[in-house]
Design a protein around this ligand. Sequence first.
Ligand code: ZN
Ligand code: ZN
Length: 137
Amino acid sequence: MRVVVRDLSKGEQVLTGEIKPEIVGAESLYRFTKPIKVVAKAQRTGDDLVVKANVDFGFASICSRCAEDVESDIKSEFWLDFEIPVGAEYIEIDDDIRQEILIGLPVKILCSENCQGLCPQCGKNLNQDQCMCKKDQ
Ligand SMILES: [Zn+2]
Ligand SMILES: [Zn+2]
């Protein structure tokens, strides 16, 4: 998505678009399950371009306790600030939005708040079943 600098003199510009998940660059940890939808409101403040971005996306990963698949939907909102280079006709904003999405992804993913995880001794998924291992206190 690009913001046309000339259009900013008319006031706030609203851009909508999609960012292709494969260019976000987090494939090792997360798999995006749908296109990343972006609504960006761009406004000029002095020599700066201020963008308020709303993103909506889904991703799949594995629970860090029990290793089950987890799918999540995330909506988030953030502000971006760009310096407008003298003579610039437009400003590309995709890169910065992509970086914000990466920063905002949770580091630790759980299938549920009270996931019991795997038994450290026998490896059984304790959400599904109790095991016979002795718990050392
Ligand atoms: Zn879990
Ligand atoms: Zn066990």
